[in-house]
Design a protein around this ligand. Sequence first.
Ligand SMILES: Cc1ncc(COP(=O)(O)O)c(C=O)c1O
Length: 421
Amino acid sequence: MNPEFHASRRACAAAGQPISQLMARALENPALISLAAGFVDGQTLPDDAVRQAMTSLLQDSRVAAAALQYGSTPGYHGLRRMLRDQMHQADGQDRPVDLDQIVITAGSNQLLHLVSESLLEPGDIVLCASPTYLVYMGLLLGLEARAFGVASDAQGMIPEALDDQLRRIQAAGELQRVKAIYLVPYFDNPAGATMPMDRRVAVVEMAKRWSRGSPIHVISDEAYRELRYTGDDIPSPRVCDDSGDTVIVAGTFSKSFSPGIRVGWGVLPRHLIQPVCDLKGNVDFGSPNFTQHLMARVLQMGLYEPHVAGLRESYHRKLTAMLDAADEFLSPLDDVRWERPAGGLYVWLELPDTVDAGLDGLLFQLSIREGVLYVPGQYCYPEEGEPPQKNRIRLSFGVQSCEKIREGVEKLARAIAAVTV
Ligand SMILES: Cc1ncc(COP(=O)(O)O)c(C=O)c1O
């Protein structure tokens, strides 16, 4: 008899993610209005822009041949140059970053993975907002690292709470285990919070001040930066890092253009370029070259900005539809609160303390019966640090039409009313 197969410890740690259960529920019942999936809107995907860019790319046989060949590990220099210029313009710094600090990855998730793998040993700690992006916590679990929650409010991670948490970790003799602070500073997933400039400054300053046992990096995941519907853009936390050795930026075209093309990037402090590229060399020795050339062509032909402008308009309408529906159907309910995000794809709801919004709770069952699906907020909380809250839920307005968003929120309100009588 063949010996029995056992998946590796890392593969076992990756199993049983709640998000796959949610997806299964959505697929079982196509009539369900899913306000759960954080997908971008299928109706606004840039098929026309991609067709034009692709045609242009393939017409030039020299460029086409280069694009269809393997590329380099850090990525296509033409695209990296455009990203550097774009960031320089957006952040208004005196000097742009050096080209070799920019690495192109297959989505920003790969960058988060490579950076985390470069920084972390098993047992190391990453401080995250509580709640935070649940896929990143899964990634940390796979690396046998620990996500540690820091109290957050409508403006993201609270610097004073971060200071307190670091002091407690120091008192427990584990400060040298803290290797990074993970932020989603623009319209975060799941809470929709945006960090104001003074908090960005404070967190970067704190990372430097507490870098005693080992250096503490700030990972700034800027996946939603371009999806702002009201107010002005805020510079990246990177601009607060005068010495350039603390902040890592993760960016992506997934949310602002197409997740199917899946081009992301990182801006790295100098000492991380080699480790990240060494790891990437072993994984894929360079992200798909064709999609990088395609994105460069999209930018070069001026097809990107008009697309993002249209996307902002469309998502702004959907966000307004969700907030209007919340005002109409949820505000009559006691102790139901939500923030009004200025961008992104999510609205975060706080329900009465007595409600368990988890997959096994009554609200989830009643919501499914009503015909609406949400993400239970409890899965978005790190295992250690600030305790998880069972009475929170994440609603996404990206995929559904304005009518379906309204209908979905109305159904959800009925389910909440039924569990809170
Ligand atoms: C906060 C955050 N970061 C990163 C990503 C991953 O995006 P990408 O497609 O670039 O890997 C997502 C996707 O939902 C996200 O919400």
